[in-house]
Design a protein around this ligand. Structure first.
Ligand SMILES: [Zn+2]
Length: 255
């Protein structure tokens, strides 16, 4: 299996064999100071990709986990605020339904688990923006309360992250929250047991593979979708040359 995907034809080929679960984090222009550049996909690439995917049925995580071929499942981790401006219009235009896995204790905050490591600050969806996302026919799932590595936590703390995030999102938005994504893809048997105990139907990892019939729904593999041409020097050069107006904004508009 490829370690990540970046082209519609790779995704279509996988969709003929199964139901690839696609994962994005930040659909936004890549700030030149960004460290984990692979977690950014420029909005122009996202628009082009969704246009190409529009003919494939968009599956829910439980449908994808069953391994039935012929569709794709679109997922976003962390719940960045720029999804509303950069991803939602393309999803709506192509009648695609996606799920965003929210860090339930950080709504309206920022990616503090990344900025602690020196990453660029990005805002997270607040409650009103999540309602807007839901009103547009999209789904939400849980991605813990604070984005820890769950396998490193004491049992009670890990349970609160897993159970508490579901409870908090259901209370806030009045919709069932039955799908989970492990922060950093970090899970083991103990964490999977907590996810089962919390009543989630699926839990997504970051293993690049296709879900298989009879596979573990609480270890659902996913493919990272990234931009292959993520070279910072090239990005900077392209911005200066102004040849990719849909991809790189004018200087100063980055967060
Ligand atoms: Zn995450």
């Amino acid at each position: 299996m490829p370690p990540f995907l970046s082209k519609a034809r790779e995704i279509a080929r996988l969709a003929a064999a199964g139901c690839p679960v696609l994962m994005w984090h930040k659909v936004a222009p890549i700030p030149w100071r960004a460290r984990a550049r692979a977690l950014y996909v420029p909005p122009g690439m996202f628009r082009r990709l969704t246009r190409s995917l529009a003919s494939l049925p968009a599956r829910t995580p439980p449908e994808a986990a069953s391994g039935q071929p012929g569709g794709v499942c679109l997922t976003f981790d962390d719940g960045f605020a720029h999804l509303l401006g950069h991803a939602l219009p393309a999803l709506v235009a192509h009648k695609l339904t996606a799920i965003v896995f929210l860090v339930a204790g950080r709504l309206g905050g920022h990616n503090d688990w990344e900025t602690r490591e020196g990453e660029v600050r990005e805002e997270l969806l607040d409650a009103a923006q999540v309602r807007e996302w839901l009103a547009a026919g999209q789904r939400i799932g849980a991605h813990s309360l604070t984005h820890p590595r769950l396998t490193r936590l004491a049992e009670a703390d890990a349970r609160e992250e897993v159970v508490g995030s579901r409870r908090r999102l259901e209370d806030a938005f009045g919709v069932p929250v039955t799908d989970f994504a492990y922060p950093y893809g970090d899970h083991d048997a103990r964490v999977r047991a907590l996810v089962a105990e919390a009543g989630y139907h699926t839990a997504a990892t970051v293993e690049p593979a296709l879900p298989t019939p009879g596979g573990d729904h609480l270890a659902m593999p996913r493919f990272l979708v990234r931009w292959r041409r993520g070279n910072p020097l090239k990005a900077l050069a392209a911005r200066w040359l102004g040849r990719r107006p849909g991809v790189f904004p004018a200087a100063g508009t980055n967060p």
